[in-house]
Design a protein around this ligand. Sequence first.
Ligand code: NAD
Length: 474
Amino acid sequence: MQPQFFNIINDELRGSEKTHAVTNPRTEEDLWPCPIASTGDFEDAVVAAQKAFTTWSRTTVPERQALLVKLAEVLEQNVGELSEILSKETGKSAILAAIDVNASIAQCLYYSKTALEDEVQYEDDTTRVVATHMPLGVVGAICPWNFPLILSNIKVVSSLVTGNCVIVKPSPFTPYAVMKWVELSRGVLPPGVFQVLNGGADLGALMTLHPGIAKISFTGTIATGKRVMASCSKTLKKVTLELAGNDACVICPDADLDKTIPSVASGGFFNAGQVCVASKRIYVHESIYDEFLERLVAEVERGYAIQEDANAPSVFGPVDNKMQFEVVKGIIEDCKKNGYNIVTGGKTQAVTAAGKGFWLPPTIVSKPPEDSWLVKEEQFGPILPILSWSDEDDVIKRSNLSNAGLGASVYSADLAQAERIARRLEAGSVWINQSERPNFGAYFSGIKDSGFGGEMGQQGLLSYSHTQCLHFAK
Ligand code: NAD
């Protein structure tokens, strides 16, 4: 039987006169009708959330944390169904789709044990000041398509543990798994606390403008993030922006290549490069450049070849949607037009035998110019430039961009050198001797155009709360 999908408002399933269907990027088959929320649906969801907030905000942290454990159980009981839906809408392999669900379970469990606590901020003979953390109200979670569950769920669990209500808007490219997740979790939380609405830019814009929404947590492109911030300013909403990165990866001459090569291949080509903190520019010390390039190409051709069967044990896949497919194809064509040295991949036509799906082969380009499209802008797809360096100050200067600062990585056998470089890289997170993977226990935020504020870890919860100071006279 065909699965059905609903907007969830006040714990009720709601269809819509307007629907759309997503294309499975692996096969180009059309998936299931998905209801598009109307303005009326949105207004109803805000009213339900505001009503729920009056009692939900007064629950205790342990009460809310116990419910996060229940949410984790719901996810756990439905890993199979949710992974299958997610695999179809994103084109991810079965193992990649399961990672999205399992990491969401881990997020729920992490916040079932982590919360903000009251703290004495000042004390003398006459006064004691205690900081406590109040929920904000209704949070609007506006999400992208590359990890639909993980990236929505982090906003959901952060909202819930801090006592907020949350309305999730998944990307219209990947609405299904998130909608099913909210549907399956009905009954765990009071009605109106956790709701989902499917829609595109119009609905997102409404959320950023509505005075009944206290905070927007947004993950997506820099251009949209700037629009979101401008809209949020009209009602002075709190806003968190998790935006694009163009992560540099610096390989020092003494890096252990047996470990570094697989790690860099994964950094660049896991989920076909559609990771906000994928390694997007690789800077290899010139003394090891030729060996590194040869071994990286072999590793990528071996481990990241296109496998059309979704059940193959692969962490590579197609580009998620036609729009992004055209962007990445454009970057590959630009490299060809300019005569850059494409050492593997590069095909944009007849990539698979069936000729279906938004597939592009893993593509590596040796030493394109620093001002090329591929190096300057986020590619968010399976193409990677490999550049070289010889002077530490120079590679740091080239790594630091004016328009991005999300993540970075450094590989060296000399930890002091790696740390010295890491501390000078202008990025919110730097990984040492490992590829970039956000850890839900660690604060995650982009600097420069890569974001505003941040989330994850205990510190991330501060952006979902007002810190109120209670001044006690002694
Ligand atoms: P996008 O900006 O196109 O869309 C993101 C969301 O915003 C979608 O839900 C979309 O419907 C909505 N939206 C569009 N216009 C809007 C508007 N005017 N007002 C409000 N909402 C609006 O981004 P995308 O293509 O879905 O995501 C890919 C990008 O996200 C990449 O650049 C990637 O690096 C970035 N990303 C960042 C992180 C991070 O944590 N920093 C994580 C994942 C992805």
